[in-house]
Design a protein around this ligand. Structure first.
Ligand SMILES: Nc1ncnc2c1ncn2[C@@H]1O[C@H](COP(=O)(O)OP(=O)(O)OP(=O)(O)O)[C@@H](O)[C@H]1O
Ligand SMILES: Cc1ncc(CO)c(N)n1
Length: 268
């Protein structure tokens, strides 16, 4: 049984954060474990409250896993502040964990800040050098590179700049780009650019798309799949999850974590 650890925030609404990660791990048949960085009071309408854990609490959770169970891959999501980022980086180094997927979560849909502004430097300095796959959306990639991203060439330039910081591979996600027909993610490993494209689905139910996508990458890497193939599979997973999204709540509803597996079963 392969294992995956998510170090991230709790979403009481169940569509993003730790909850999305564990649901995705379960569907992709890896054993999911978690270290919670913050508890959010959240639903499909927005974030009503954020309660960060102490850095010690985060450290202790990671150590409990490291000393006993170990993990085949680690996913990092909402980390909230620089102290939590430092603790996560130290523990990843301490346990020599190599498959690190960093989703640099900054702002929730609706605008709530899930990462303190001054923590961006810690993210770059402490975590980027340990990162196997970085998965920013367009606004996050803009903040991390200091450039505006509009065109496909801008995405490529941003990907190059991100690799200069020590990250091994990057996927710049296309959920926020302006193409009304396609949602295009750009993968870059330092030598080849690859575009992963799917039809854009017209829906308001996109809460947790980013978390689910990077959790699927993590699960596949934990099972031994190379990074690019893991990203392609994760794109299929999130496409099915958005296509069959759940109309729960009055705002941005969650994606459907069952959909990918159901689709596989139908065709087999
Ligand atoms: N409307 C859509 N139709 C098809 N694919 C989409 C759509 N929106 C997002 N995606 C895909 O979902 C994945 C996550 O991308 P997105 O840019 O939404 O992440 P994010 O902004 O980090 O998500 P979150 O809102 O959870 O933080 C990507 O693979 C992207 O291409
Ligand atoms: C806890 C949490 N992590 C990440 C996101 C980004 O989708 C969110 N909304 N909530």
């Amino acid at each position: 049984m392969k294992k995956a650890l998510t170090i991230a925030g709790s979403d009481s609404g169940g569509g993003a954060g730790i909850q999305a990660d564990l649901k995705t791990f379960q569907e992709l048949e890896v054993f999911g474990m978690s270290a919670i960085t913050a508890v959010t009071a959240q639903n499909t309408l927005g974030v009503q409250g954020i309660y960060p854990m102490t850095p010690q609490a985060v450290e202790n959770q990671i150590q409990s896993i490291g000393h006993d169970m170990g993990t085949d891959a680690v996913k990092l999501g909402m980390l909230f502040n620089a102290d939590i980022i430092r603790v996560a980086a130290e523990q990843i180094k301490h346990f020599h964990w190599k498959n690190v997927i960093l989703d640099p979560v900054m702002i929730a849909k609706g605008g709530a800040s899930l990462l303190q502004q001054e923590a961006v430097t810690a993210l770059r300095q402490d975590l980027f050098p340990l990162t196997t796959v970085l998965t920013p959306n367009i606004p996050e990639a803009e903040i991390l590179t200091g450039m505006t991203i509009r065109t496909s060439d801008d995405k490529k330039e941003a990907a190059k700049r991100l690799l200069d910081t020590g990250v091994k591979q990057v996927v710049i996600k296309g959920g926020h780009d302006e193409d009304p027909h396609k949602s295009t993610d750009l993968f870059y490993d330092g030598s080849h650019f690859r575009l992963i494209q799917t039809p854009r689905i017209s829906t308001k139910n996109t809460h947790g798309t980013g978390c689910t996508f990077s959790a699927a990458i993590t699960a596949e890497i934990a099972k031994g799949m190379p990074a690019y193939s893991a990203v392609v599979k994760a794109k299929d997973f999130i496409q099915a999850a958005i296509e069959n999204s759940l109309d729960i709540g009055a705002g941005h509803g969650p994606t459907n974590h069952w959909a990918y597996k159901k689709k596989q079963e139908q065709y087999s």
